[in-house]
Write a protein that binds this ligand. Sequence first.
Ligand code: SF4
Length: 62
Amino acid sequence: MKFTVDQNLCIGCEACEGISPEVFTFPNDKSQVKLDPVPPSLQESALKAEANCPVEAISHTS
Ligand code: SF4
């Protein structure tokens, strides 16, 4: 599963890193995905982060 953060939408709230720190990182003031693809063991937390993003900046493809 591949995850993407839309850099134009992300407001840098860091919620996704709080929920799924293995998958999301903050090299600048925006979230980026550091695992591509995201391994099965981390997909549940990454999907939870996606669902909790306040601006729906995170998306995924299977
Ligand atoms: S939860 Fe959404 S808005 Fe917040 S840092 Fe992550 S991608 Fe950006």
